[in-house]
Design a protein around this ligand. Structure first.
Ligand code: SF4
Length: 368
């Protein structure tokens, strides 16, 4: 074979590469302009991104987030107040059949104390998160919410306590709760069945989300990235579902296995896939509140910083008492279980300053 042949062949390869590259760049431009892509284009974008194209995707997502929220990063004070749960989700470390989980419930005083301390540290949103624990009746939750609002009227209260009847959600809203987080995990019914026990259905999950929205909550949904049995098609279904539902908040993080669950030997979701999806979500939902989650910080020491640079704009430091932090183990290896609230707050501030963003003491309501 002469030089001419070799040169011709290399030229063709390089041309093909340029074609693919240009396609992905134009897909990103189109996604930014139209906030959506046809299914096959979205599939190609999610599955063929080069490193250089990923950087272009992050840059675009970061610009869009800055158009709406500037360089502000909103803080949410997370209070994990119970790790009892009546459910048995297959991926979760505090599922009811995990006999090794060391169960706890915070008292009303302990929860209020977390909020008081958090307020002094500049938190203006408190997220009460727990398993589905019916010890905390509607009445107890309403009492807690109204006491927090009485003590800190300029703060938002977010609940993340799972599925309840519409009447319960109405009572929580009337007591003063502002927001509700309920990840849908996967909109595909077959996949939902693979991740959850019989008694849980995606239909009821969506019913809850729609009820919450109609009642007036700012609503958050979302899913794990790289969960067992997840396919690109399922992920695309999630992206289209969220674009149609228009939640105020979207929480995504990599799946990380927990040793005491049926998924103990599964691979974790990747940093790269999570970052790609954060950016795609930002471009499809420009005004959404998008956390760089603790799970992202768990799979990479700078995961949360990278998440912010890929379009996220919320971080959720832990305000729970240090004595219970390592008991709220949804997955293995969770970070920040030993630091006091003040240290977490300071650490987060420094991390954000380092990459050119700043945490703000504001409620940080959604602009959706
Ligand atoms: S994911 Fe939530 S509902 Fe499911 S077992 Fe864990 S805490 Fe309970």
């Amino acid at each position: 074979m002469g030089d001419y042949d070799r040169g011709f062949s290399m030229h063709t390869v390089s041309e093909r590469f340029m074609e693919k590259r240009t396609d992905n760049i134009s897909r990103i431009d189109r996604l930014r302009a139209d906030r959506t892509l046809p299914r096959e284009q979205l599939r190609l974008l999610l599955t063929t991104l080069s490193e250089e194209e990923a950087a272009y995707l992050y840059k675009n997502a970061d610009e869009v987030r800055k158009e709406h929220y500037g360089e502000d990063v909103f803080l949410r004070g997370l209070i994990e107040f119970t790790n009892y749960c009546r459910n048995d989700c297959l991926y979760c470390g505090i599922r009811r059949s995990n006999k090794n989980a060391d169960r706890y419930r915070l008292t009303t005083e302990e929860i209020l104390d977390c909020c008081d301390k958090g307020y002094v540290l500049g938190f203006r949103t408190f997220v009460l998160q727990g398993g589905e624990d019916l010890f905390f009746t509607d009445e107890k939750i309403c009492g807690l919410v109204s006491e927090i609002k009485k003590r800190h009227p300029d703060c938002a209260v977010t609940l993340s306590i799972g599925e309840r009847p519409r009447e319960s959600y109405e009572a929580f809203f009337n007591a003063g709760a502002d927001r509700y987080l309920l990840r849908h995990e996967t909109i595909n019914p077959v996949h939902y069945r693979q991740l959850h026990p019989e008694e849980l259905t995606i239909e009821n999950r969506v019913r809850c989300l729609r009820d919450l929205r109609e009642i007036g909550f700012q609503v958050g949904c979302g899913m794990m990235v790289g969960s067992p049995f997840q396919t690109v098609d399922y992920l695309m279904d999630d992206l289209y579902f969220m674009a149609e539902f228009r939640p105020h908040m979207i929480g995504i993080g990599p799946f990380i296995p927990h040793g005491d669950t049926p998924f103990h030997d599964r691979e974790s979701g990747t940093l790269q896939d999570t970052l790609h999806l954060l950016s795609v979500i930002r471009l499809m939902n420009p005004r959404v509140l998008l956390p760089a989650t603790t799970a992202l910080g768990t799979i990479h020491p700078l995961g949360r910083e990278m998440g912010i640079q890929a379009g996220a704009n919320v971080v959720m430091p832990n305000l729970s008492p240090t004595g219970v932090r390592d008991k709220y183990m949804l997955y293995d290896g969770k970070i920040c279980t030993g630091d006091e609230a003040a240290e977490c707050r300071r650490c987060m501030e420094l991390r954000m300053e380092k990459i050119g963003y700043h945490v703000v003491a504001a409620r940080g309501d959604s602009k959706v």
